[in-house]
Design a protein around this ligand. Sequence first.
Ligand SMILES: O=C(O)[C@H](O)[C@@H](O)[C@H](O)[C@@H](O)C(=O)O
Ligand SMILES: [Mg+2]
Length: 447
Amino acid sequence: MSDSPVIKTMRVVPVAGYDSMLLNIGGAHNCYFTRILVILTDSAGRTGVGESPCHASTLALLARFRPQIEGSDLLRLNATVATLFASDARHQQTAHTDDIHIPQMNPEKFYNATAAIEAALLDLLGQHLNLPVAELLASGKQRDRVPVLGYLFYIADRNLTSMDYQAGHAGGDAWLQLRHEKAMDADSVVRLAEAAADRYGFRDFKLKGGVHHAEVEVETVNALLTRFPQARVTVDPNASWSLDEAIYYGKQLAGRIPYLEDPCGAEQGYSGRETLAEFKRATGIPVATNMIANDWRQLQHALQLNAIDIPLADPHFWTMRNAHTVAQLCHEWGLTTGCHSNNHFDVSLAMVAHLGAAAPGDRLTAFDTHWIWQDGQQLTQHAPQIRDGFLELPEGPGLGITLDMARVEAAHELYHSLPDKNRNDALGMQFLIDNWTFNAKRPALLR
Ligand SMILES: O=C(O)[C@H](O)[C@@H](O)[C@H](O)[C@@H](O)C(=O)O
Ligand SMILES: [Mg+2]
């Protein structure tokens, strides 16, 4: 294609940043988190970027995909991405190539790798056409800002560890200090919510559950609702509650919360899709999920069982364009569009902003973002902003961001200095409970 820019180089840059000791069913967030940037340059001299969760398998896959991306025509983006989907890497459990060992490959890593490449290609295409990425997604740009929620966690006492958790800065913004301090009960989570609302204007909150007994987490939700009576508050125990517990506590919350996220999961021979369908019938509470409808086949089964109302299609799990298609299905089929997140840098924040900006219709629940825990560690020259409870769409073509290469190189160096580069939330948790191990059916502190 003679008039298409050609992809010249694909650089894969693993990067690291700092995190707080946030608790979830998997344990405690490490003091470091890692991500991958895919940086593409084209023959027109432009640079495009995408971000994904980091894992050795994803890095190996990206190395394997690089020859298919370099030399490709930008305007043949559809064909390029389709080639990745057609590759056997999508389904492989383990794989070897001549020079690359891909350990324990699974489809999630395939999607992570493909999502970062696709986002970088969309960024370049948008710049070439002088259009924001939101305009390139099928519904086109619907809005300039996307509602996001205040994502709250219980925070363990970092002083109980020998890990390199950072301290906050006293005297400044309350959020920037409190996000590093212990917050293990309802009152301290309410203080966190107040500080987050002051800084970002949130109207909606999500509490990461699966930490304490369900009763304590429901008490925290109640405390948040008392403090913020107009807010939409929910809790996500990551399926650690039994179906019976979910129904019992769900009935206590019914009518006061807009939805519950993954309240229960597989148990006693029944799948998570089946137990969530039973939960919905028993309580009438809408269900959001990032656990049981993460690809087309899972989504089909979840919808056939009427198990969910809000598929939280994360662009890093689906790719931006597929997550947008999920949003279109939500719009056409009477479901609600939402979005899951993991800890991330601001390239992902821009990806989520464009996805939300292009979601059709007005049945949109506030999108997740972990960014408030990472705010201040941006890798772009101007990170997208959260104001008044909304994530603002960056201005300019493509993703509307420009990498700050000095910061990227520093984050890359930090990554290389880490002994442990894949996410492992058990490490920090073992400072709190000796020999702690993960149990999908038990909140983290119940051992
Ligand atoms: O601790 C976390 O960062 C969260 O639990 C995530 O790992 C998780 O994916 C969460 O965001 C979720 O919604 O389930
Ligand atoms: Mg979740």
